[in-house]
Design a protein around this ligand. Structure first.
Ligand SMILES: [Zn+2]
Length: 610
């Protein structure tokens, strides 16, 4: 954290410089360039030269994917020239971003490795001129060749495997006493206190501590000295599942599961889970390969992560409680089982992502994707498949809450007043954390992440309502979607008729404070969620589908992890407004003048929109 503060302080210092545009950038000395780190005018001059040269013949169409790629390439080259860097340095998009966005977030790479927290955000106007420039690189480290320590240190004897081995087994490792699940281990470059570029690994790890609490940590660790430069807690569960208001039990519990509409839910064709051999698995078949898209496991009140197979229903379940849709035969699955609910709900969420975004929630297992879920089933298959989704149900002992571990969603059974946390909106919320994969501990960005998850939860209820309304298998009985479930997150799991986990139109806090110390990410997300819930409720956005599409498109396009806190959220909000404007322009959302509406709404919750 300390180095973050120093970095921000250095940035603030750079921002105070104003230097006029200079077309002779390449002849400037390193010292002079340092003072221009934040000069968007000078940057724009270089950018315009290279842009007009390459765009002369075929200017790409505005808001097309081609235009985005074109701008990324031109901006990456511009930054290298601007900073006067040699061939060991380059800039790559930290995320492809949405084609509707005018914002570009580029990660500094040194020697083919990403440099920790050296990220630049650039905003273009509609004529492709640079109008915003934030972030930057530590110029002093770049220009002082004598301080470049990376060449003096060999990394050949280290690898992610040896780091993981050390973390798991060495008594010096702070985590060796726990059973670790490694989500990822990425090689990177870290700038240490001596401003040296040193090799490091960024390790995303999940474990359960001695109190039975799940933890997800992001470590930046030196592969040789094993010094831990940074450690961030990515699971802040403080108020993950807490009903708004005081609870008394008025709702009768009809079943052991989460569904209490009738004590059973008819999962009939075509809405039944396609469950094979009484196992909670969803497959696609391609040639002779069976590809698992969704695997739901029974944790049997355990916190030990079961790396094993999908949950196999016992004979009794198969014969009585749960009768599954098989082939063309109509059947029923009675939702006496949170397992059946979690699995079925995840299928519906996957379907929504497919229909609205044409995306798999966790992306695709390409050759370079080291996601552990890919490796287990897909290595060497030679085919790019969706990353399979894993879910663990009956997590822990009366565990109240649900969470995304980095590789899987886990759902607790709840306590006396909270039913198993497997309702449709909760499953959408957790799987959307997987879609977002915001890996930083800044509470403002985690709040934005919670908003996206809560809006995805609203979108899936709306999606399923529209899909099943008026059919024999209407998911929400009668008018209950409108009267009881819309705008209310987690209503289904609270055993008190008038309570839910979050009331979207009436959040606990209504303004974004400039200082968020002591405020949890779920409370801090309230005002941002309110912006979108209000726009839908007032008819300014036609539906939650559009609200969800805006937020899904802002995934990482609008999050620059090197500009954190209130300022970072402000930048993100501006980016979301421009992104939504681009979507409206391209008819990707169905609304009128979203730029004005969103700007006004964000300003109303104390976010500055320029
Ligand atoms: Zn959450």
């Amino acid at each position: 954290m300390e180095s973050n503060k120093i970095f921000i302080a250095v940035l603030a210092l750079f921002l105070s410089f104003t230097v006029t545009a200079n077309t002779e950038i390449e002849s400037l000395s390193g010292e002079a360039k340092k003072s221009q780190v934040s000069d968007s005018e000078a940057l724009n001059t270089i950018f315009q030269l290279s842009y007009s040269a390459s765009a002369e013949n075929h200017p790409p169409q505005q808001y097309s994917e081609q235009q985005r790629q074109f701008n990324i390439n031109a901006l990456a080259k511009t930054l290298v020239t601007f900073y006067g860097l040699d061939e060991l340095h380059e800039f790559r998009p930290s995320n492809p971003g949405s084609q509707y966005s005018r914002y570009y977030i580029l990660q500094h790479y040194y020697n083919n490795k990403p440099v920790h927290n050296e990220i630049v955000t650039i905003g273009l106007d509609e004529n492709n001129s640079i109008i915003k420039f934030s972030g930057g690189i530590q110029a002093s480290a770049t220009f002082n060749a004598s301080k470049v320590g990376i060449k003096a240190r060999s990394t050949t004897e280290t690898s992610s495997k040896s780091i993981i081995y050390w973390l798991k087994n060495n008594s010096q490792s702070p985590l060796s006493k726990y059973s670790l699940t490694i989500n990822s281990a990425v090689e990177m470059t870290y700038i240490n206190k001596g401003e040296q570029y040193v090799p490091a690994y960024k390790v995303d790890v999940f474990y359960v501590d001695n109190d039975g609490q799940p933890n997800r940590d992001l470590l930046v660790i030196d592969p040789i000295s094993k010094e831990i430069y940074q450690q961030s807690d990515l699971l802040k569960l403080s108020s993950e599942v807490q009903a708004q208001g005081s609870i008394s039990i008025t709702k009768p519990l009809h079943s052991k599961g989460s569904n209490f509409f009738k004590g059973e839910r008819e999962y009939s064709v075509p809405f039944a889970p396609k469950i094979t051999d009484c196992k909670f698995l969803t497959y696609i078949d391609e040639f002779y390969l069976n590809k698992r898209l969704l695997v739901t496991m029974n944790m049997s009140n355990s916190i030990i992560i079961d790396q094993g197979d999908a949950y196999m229903l016992n004979n009794e379940d198969c014969a009585n409680e749960s009768i599954f849709y098989e082939k063309d035969t109509v059947g029923l699955t009675y939702a006496y089982s949170p397992l059946a609910d979690a699995h079925f709900h995840a299928e519906l969420v996957m379907e929504m992502y497919n229909v609205y975004l044409q995306e798999a929630i966790l992306g695709v297992c390409t050759e370079n994707n080291t996601h552990p879920n890919c490796i287990q089933y897909y290595q060497n298959s030679g085919v790019n498949n969706d990353v399979p989704i894993y879910q663990g149900v009956h997590y822990g002992d009366s565990y109240v809450g649900a969470f995304w571990s980095g590789g899987a969603a886990y759902y607790g059974n709840g306590g006396f007043s909270i039913l198993p946390n497997v309702s449709l909106d909760m499953v959408a919320h957790e799987l959307t954390h997987g879609y977002q994969e915001i890996s930083g501990d800044d509470v403002y960005f985690r709040a934005l992440d919670e908003t996206t998850s809560d809006i995805a939860a609203e979108a899936v209820k709306e999606f399923v309502f529209n899909k099943t309304q008026g059919t024999d298998h209407s998911y929400f009985p009668d008018e209950s979607y409108i009267t009881d479930y819309r705008y209310l997150f987690g209503k289904e799991i609270v055993r008190e008729d008038n309570l839910s986990i979050r009331v979207l139109l009436s959040p606990v806090i209504k303004d974004i404070p400039k200082e968020a110390t002591g405020i949890g990410q779920h409370d801090l997300s309230g005002p941002i969620t309110l912006v979108f819930a209000n726009l839908v409720s007032e008819g300014k956005l036609k539906n939650f589908k559009d609200a969800f599409k805006i937020l899904a498109n802002s995934k990482k396009t609008c999050v620059n992890t090197s500009i954190i806190g209130y300022a970072g959220l402000n930048l993100a909000a501006n980016c979301i407004v421009d992104l939504a404007n681009g979507m409206e322009y391209s008819d990707a959302i169905d609304t009128v003048n979203i730029k004005n509406e969103l700007s006004t709404a964000f300003t109303g919750i104390n976010l500055n929109i320029e």
